[in-house]
Design a protein around this ligand. Structure first.
Ligand code: PBG
Length: 327
């Protein structure tokens, strides 16, 4: 050994010293749990490809939100599944639409005890499943979609949401949403921008969760997985348009993007550990192939280490409880 005096293993020899020198801790306050609520359900329903995740009824959503607060999670991101869909996704804008009523329910239940957030996108509400409105040729019409997002943002803010999450990857969406919120007097509602969102196959189980009707793909608006610099452009635009928080999505396959974004901006950076990331671990664990809890915490630690300060994860409530016991 050339340097016998330097022995890194000294700092790994027992749990106490490892805890002392640990560089990264995941705090429950930084975890955000996505939740699904379906119009017309009287009982919650399991989502087959997302074991442990439910499509909630309005009642069960309120209870789950209260439990999430108990566990100490930092936020709840709401997704609505409507009973009927149309070309224009009007259920997302209608104040009586499932997502807007669910926002009001959850805000009434939890108040300011956690941050209530909502997905701001049309894909759950459109009959064609795209994140925007279509031209007669079937292309996604960027600017017509922006007008719909503006209305949707104001409806969500009126329902009491604290943070809106525009996730449709239309050009200019953050600026349009910010201006619409401000013009309606909702200057305190923050924008969590899905700034770098890739056209990923890891969203598969989510499409089951929201019963997406999409036939085709989202490659004309979501990013090519091959590109990193493009994410920095997207993030810079969103920050310039007024994003309060920027997000990278998916998380684990894109940790280089998380790290690059963290280095490039001074707003908080979030990462979304998406449905396919969760489902892969759950499936392997169900087969006894990996240690579920250890893998869960290792993935969250890695996302945190790469530079995400906020993590959206379907494990948020369980992980928050585990982390409380641990520290
Ligand atoms: C779009 C949206 C999607 C997800 C979150 N918001 C689906 C998509 O872009 O196709 C995916 C989340 C996940 O896979 O967990 N409203």
């Amino acid at each position: 050994m050339p340097y016998p005096e330097i022995r890194p293993r000294r700092l790994r020899r027992n749990a106490a010293v490892r805890r002392l020198v640990s560089e990264t801790r995941v705090d429950p306050a930084e975890l955000v749990v996505p939740m699904f609520v379906k119009e017309g359900l009287t009982e919650p329903r399991q989502i087959a490809s997302l074991p442990g995740v439910l499509q909630h009824s309005r009642d069960s959503l309120r209870k789950a939100a209260a439990e999430a607060v108990q566990a100490g999670v930092g936020g709840i991101m709401l997704f609505g599944v409507p009973a009927t869909r149309d070309e224009r996704g009007s259920g997302g804008i209608d104040p009586g639409g499932i997502l807007n009523v669910a926002i009001a329910d959850v805000v009434a239940e939890v108040g300011d005890a956690t941050v209530v957030m909502s997905d701001l996108c049309l894909d759950e509400f459109t009959s064609h499943g795209h994140c925007g409105l279509l031209t007669p040729d079937g292309d996604v019409d960027n600017d017509a979609t922006l007008a719909a997002y503006a209305e949707m943002a104001v409806a969500q803010a009126a329902a009491g949401v604290g943070v809106v999450g525009p996730s449709g990857m239309m050009d200019g969406q953050v600026g349009v949403v910010r201006r619409a919120l401000d013009a309606a007097g909702h200057t305190d509602v923050a924008v969590l921008a899905y700034a770098a969102k890739y056209a990923s196959a890891f969203y598969g189980p989510f499409r089951d969760a929201v019963e997406s009707c999409l036939d085709g793909d989202r490659r004309t608006y979501q990013q090519d997985p091959a590109n990193l610099r493009e994410s920095l452009r997207e993030v810079a635009l969103d920050v310039a348009e007024g994003a309060d928080i920027v997000m990278v999505k998916p998380a684990l396959p894109y940790l280089d993007v998380v790290a690059a974004v963290r280095a490039a901006v001074d707003v908080p950076v979030a990462a979304y550990q998406v449905s396919g990331e969760y489902a892969m671990v759950e499936a392997a664990a169900a087969n006894g192939w990996i240690d579920r809890e250890r893998v869960m915490l290792e993935t969250l630690t890695s996302i945190r280490r790469a530079g995400a300060q906020i993590i959206l994860t379907y494990w948020a409530v369980e992980a928050a409880r585990l982390l409380r016991e641990r520290y």
